[in-house]
Design a protein around this ligand. Structure first.
Ligand SMILES: *Cc1c(COP(=O)(O)O)cnc(C)c1O
Length: 456
């Protein structure tokens, strides 16, 4: 047994959370020192848990870009809400096995309740199918496998047909390149991901998709993807237009709303995702804007049949299956399953829907503050999105200037931002990700940018 209990660990964790604002956002990493610290672990004997936890917390706090920091304005990796951390801890402690409903009815029903809640926001008139996943990549993979199962009824047993036209995925040039990995994993090959030009480098329209499909001899559109909230620029594709084109071609239509899907919880912001209810399936990542610990994805679909077609198997050693209960192992990629929904359940139950709406509003308002501060100080805004992601450039200078400003801001230790290509240009990119970020943090970023520009 450990010499300290979990209460002591929790206290250490709580202290780390309380102090993270004081830690540097992106400390310079000394890999040699890190290697030495790890070299001291030869696992030859036992160490006290307190010492190991202290050391691990110290290493994680020191050797990392601190995406949990309120002045991290980077990719969408928010810090986890305390209630969600607590839910994850309980899930880890009891460790329910969700492969079959009958082994963990409570956990399975909690997940099902959440699935129905999000499903009803997408398709108010039906009870949605779907599963929790490790993240957006697995949710998108589920969409691809369901699409193949529906399009080629023999595929699940005999593999891809040898037709003249290769099965293809259509998504925008600004989509998440998880699609490339998924195309490889399914044997389609990376060039079966047909990247449709996004308008002005941002959102993809139905018309562009239609033109590309028409020009694409030799490819059969099996899956058509609209991205709601691109990683680079936060743009939202023309969901309704894309779904319409996809349907015309009998493709499975999917909305990758890994990040922006959280807006479904907000009645005043839901219209950002107009048209989502026409799609066959949706990806939402609770580990993005819903701020639960990684990994937590959610795959939603209109119906269970394509999932069963893609995943159902039968073994004598598994407890008896229940079609009624939709055993997860025969409707999803995973077999043994962690209780992923538990951390979302505790977060949602403690914040309530109004709490999540406030969290979303807060990020949107902070991004507006950042835009206003930039526009008032000779920065040029480069993207147009309701999401809290701001792309901008100084009013003078080229890509090298942009790179130099990014490097100076990061080196200042005041904030973390990044750069991204937008059409021909490299632009600075700042995304509000932390529920702890406040106006003073945005103002500190503006100050750091101002200083950096003076020096470049
Ligand atoms: C983050 C993201 C993904 C990948 O999801 P993971 O959770 O990182 O696997 C896919 N698509 C979009 C739009 C994303 O934002």
């Amino acid at each position: 047994m450990p010499e300290i209990g979990l209460v002591d660990v929790a206290m250490r964790v709580e202290e780390a959370l309380a102090n993270r604002r004081c830690d540097p956002v992106a400390p310079p990493i000394n890999e040699g020192v890190l290697a030495d610290r790890l070299a001291s672990y030869d696992f030859a004997g036992a160490r006290p848990l307190s010492a190991v936890i202290d050391d691990m917390l110290s290493m994680l706090r020191t050797y990392a870009v601190r995406s949990d920091h309120p002045r991290y304005f980077g990719l969408f990796n928010p810090p986890a809400l305390p209630a969600a951390i607590a839910g994850d801890l309980v899930g880890a402690a009891i460790n329910p096995q969700l492969a079959v409903w009958s082994h963990a009815p409570a956990a399975a029903e909690i997940e099902r309740k959440l699935l129905h809640l999000f499903g009803a926001l997408v398709w108010p008139d039906i009870q949605a199918a779907g599963t929790f996943t490790s993240g957006g990549t697995e949710a998108n993979q589920t969409a691809l496998l369901a699409a193949l199962a529906r399009r080629y009824p023999g595929w699940a047993d005999h593999g891809l047909p040898n037709g003249d036209r290769r099965p293809a995925i259509y998504a925008s040039t600004a989509s998440h390149l998880a699609w490339v990995k998924l195309a490889r994993m399914t044997g389609l090959g990376a060039d079966a991901v047909r990247l449709v030009p996004a308008e002005k480098g941002l959102a993809m329209r139905g018309r562009a998709l239609s033109e590309m499909i028409a020009a694409d001899d030799g490819f059969e559109p099996v899956l058509v993807v609209a991205t709601a909230g691109t990683t680079g620029h936060g743009s939202i594709d023309d969901i309704a237009g894309i779904v319409e084109v996809g349907r015309k071609h009998h493709a499975w239509t999917h909305v990758d709303a890994a990040w922006a899907g959280a807006a479904l919880l907000h009645p005043k912001r839901r219209h950002w995702l107009a048209g989502i209810g026409q799609a066959d399936s949706v990806t939402i990542d609770p580990h993005k804007w819903l701020s639960v610990p990684m990994g937590a994805g959610l795959f939603l679909a209109r119906d269970w049949a394509p999932l069963a077609a893609a995943f159902a198997v039968s073994t004598s050693y598994m407890p008896s299956r229940s079609h009624e209960r939709r055993d997860a192992y025969i409707h999803s990629v995973q077999w043994s399953r962690r209780f992923i929904g538990g951390k979302l359940f505790t977060a949602l139950a403690t914040l309530g829907l109004p709490g999540y709406r406030a969290l979303i509003d807060r990020a949107v308002c902070l991004a507006d503050r950042l835009r206003a501060g930039l526009a008032a100080n000779r920065w040029k805004l480069m993207n147009d999105t309701p999401l809290p992601l701001v792309c901008f450039v100084p009013d003078e200078g080229d890509d090298d200037t942009v790179r130099a400003i990014e490097a100076r801001v990061v080196a200042s230790g005041q904030a973390w931002i990044s750069t991204v290509r937008l059409g021909e240009r490299l632009v600075l990119r700042a995304c509000i990700t932390s529920y702890e970020s406040g106006e003073a943090d945005v103002d500190a970023l503006l100050d750091a940018l101002h200083e950096a520009r003076l020096q470049c």
